[in-house]
Design a protein around this ligand. Structure first.
Ligand code: ZN
Length: 277
């Protein structure tokens, strides 16, 4: 049996590959500890040779460095499972996983992924290799300084781009302006039609994110994905048109800007972790 997991701030998605069948499941990541979830799965299904995890947080060498929104009782998760069970476990950041799957799907060696969902994330593959940085945190685009917000980000700062250019960010602005209570998924397309200033603020920040990524990463392809991109179909053509005014003109020459065709690139990337050296 092999187990693949995609865990974010809201959901824990899992796929169990038994060789005969694939069992897919989804539960709340707020109510389930990742380590307990894996142990429960292992005791229910028996022998497991590989676990691949796409994780919405910072990860380095099989160890979780930061996970403001996810329950994990063992930060050294790779060492924990590999010493207790005869199996191999690989875990990587969700955007790293997503960009690997996108590169394979689009058959390119030069790609930047920009995902807009609850958060804002990016990752880059250059010359066929993932750009990692020294602690596997390269292109943490959501946390670059942008503008001061009246509330702080999960990372502790109050000026992150993610506070403006993400679904979770806009949701917090709606609550801050007392227009919504509790958890809401912002409908940007509708907000734009109503000339909502928050939609304009979001667009400006998103365009900023895309232009920075293209200017710094200089990819052949920019792929956009995540819940907010998928649910607001106007965004990708809009970025294609508007980015001209923001990014370095020469970095736009020959650039393809596309929307993801993958249902869950992060989960697809978790499966690719097995092939990694
Ligand atoms: Zn931040």
């Amino acid at each position: 049996m092999k187990l693949f997991i995609d865990i974010g701030g809201t959901h824990l998605r899992s796929e169990i590959h038994t060789g005969r069948e694939v069992i897919c499941d989804k539960c709340s990541s707020r109510e389930n500890d990742l380590v307990l979830f894996i142990e429960k799965t292992l005791s229910a299904y028996g022998e497991c040779s590989f676990i691949g995890i796409s994780f919405a947080g910072q990860v380095e060498n099989g160890e979780i460095i930061s996970s403001p929104n996810i329950n994990v009782s063992q930060k050294k998760i790779k060492a924990y499972f590999e010493t207790r069970y005869a199996l191999r476990l690989e875990i990587d950041n969700d955007l790293n996983c997503a960009v690997m799957a996108e590169a394979e799907n689009l058959k390119t060696q030069s790609i930047a992924a920009l995902y807009v969902g609850t958060g804002l994330g990016a990752a880059v593959i250059d010359g066929g290799k993932l750009v990692r940085g020294c602690r596997n945190q390269a292109f943490e685009l959501g946390h670059i300084p942008y503008r001061k917000a009246p509330f702080s980000c999960g990372c502790g700062k109050d000026n992150c781009l993610e506070l403006f250019a993400s679904g979770g960010g806009i949701e917090r602005w709606l609550r801050y302006n007392k227009r919504e209570e509790g958890s809401v998924k912002p409908n940007l397309e509708k907000m734009k039609k109503e000339n909502d200033p928050l939609a304009e603020m979001f667009e400006e920040a998103l365009l900023h994110a895309a232009a920075i990524l293209v200017t710094l990463g200089n990819p052949e392809t920019l792929v956009l994905g995540g819940g907010i991109i998928q649910e607001n179909s106007y965004l990708v053509p809009w970025i294609r048109e508007q980015i001209v005014s923001m990014a370095l003109p020469t970095s736009l020459e020959g650039l393809h800007i596309v929307q993801t065709k993958l249902q869950n690139a992060a989960m697809d990337g978790a499966k690719l972790l097995e092939e990694r050296e």
